[in-house]
Write a protein that binds this ligand. Structure first.
Ligand code: COA
Length: 256
């Protein structure tokens, strides 16, 4: 399959998806997210794929967030749909029968952090940075960041990051449990490949069962995900959203 915003290739038992919008720091526009979803779905029945590695082109960013230029003019209805469709992409990754590893090679902010959190495993390069800076834009996170950050870090640490828009470095991400390992950038893909090789020695059906069981632990949290979609949409009707997105596009600080 050919895509406009991602590059996919097979390497041994791994299927590697690279977000390929380097000049925009791999910001996730609508088409990119849909392509990631299609790519994940496309290998679900491929028994020779034992792990999926998701990474960003270049050495600066995994993904610097949802593409702000694409949604700056959206209204509440469009914002709600954007969030709902983003959730579907993240759920597709989380529900993949094949483990998905985020190879986080730089900025992983906003939608980029949400994308990494939807993966089953996160390995970071030393220059990786994580954060949910949406409150700078007059928004809450919209691709399930308010939910998965709490799942991963606990309520206290999640709120600390969400309210302050703090960007944490790889070392801090390791210490708070956001990532499993931090490696030099040249070791990032080889480290993820080692994991895929390890998974390929295990039972694929048992691995899929583990993923389903772990996911089902969070089944009762659905209302929180739905709440995020509606609050995200509501934010699009506020003057803070207009100010936040205009400030980003005009390369100035927002004035709240
Ligand atoms: N959406 C759209 N475009 C983005 C983007 C995003 N989330 N993140 C970066 N870009 C674009 C920039 O607009 C810039 O484009 P330009 O060269 O056409 O002006 C290009 O990517 C390079 O980014 P730049 O800001 O110049 O790089 P930097 O090194 O000075 O700063 C960041 C890097 C990550 C700190 C900064 O880009 C940033 O804050 N990005 C937005 C992060 C964010 O709020 N994410 C959540 C979105 S929901």
């Amino acid at each position: 399959m050919s895509y406009n915003n991602i590059i996919t290739h097979f390497e041994g038992p791994a299927f590697i998806i690279t977000i390929n919008r380097e000049v925009k720091l791999n910001a996730l526009n609508y088409e990119t997210l849909q392509e990631i979803k299609q790519a994940i779905v496309s290998v679900q029945e491929n028994t020779s794929v034992r792990g999926i590695i998701l990474t960003g082109a270049g050495t600066k960013a995994f993904a610097a967030g949802a593409d702000i230029s694409e949604f700056a003019e959206f209204d509440t209805e469009q914002g709600t749909r954007l969030s709902s469709e983003g959730h579907e992409v993240m759920n597709t990754i989380e529900q993949s029968n094949i483990p998905v590893i985020a190879a986080v090679n730089g900025f992983s902010l906003g939608g980029g952090c949400e994308l990494a959190m939807a993966c089953h495993i996160r390995i970071a390069s030393e220059n990786a940075k994580f954060g949910q800076p949406e409150v700078n834009l007059g928004l809450p996170p919209g691709y399930a960041g308010t939910q998965r950050l709490v799942q991963l870090l606990g309520k206290a640490k999640a709120l600390e990051m969400l309210l302050s828009a703090e960007i944490i470095n790889a070392e801090k991400a390791l210490s708070c449990g956001m990532v499993s390992k931090v490696v030099p950038i040249e070791q990032l893909l080889p480290t993820c490949m080692e994991l895929v090789n390890l998974y390929s020695t295990k039972s694929p059906s048992a691995i899929a069962m583990v993923i389903r069981c772990v996911n089902s632990h969070f089944q009762g949290t659905k209302p929180g995900f739905e709440k995020e979609i509606s609050e995200f949409g509501r934010a699009f009707g506020t003057k803070d959203f207009k100010e936040g997105t205009s400030a980003f596009l005009e390369k100035r600080k927002p004035n709240y």
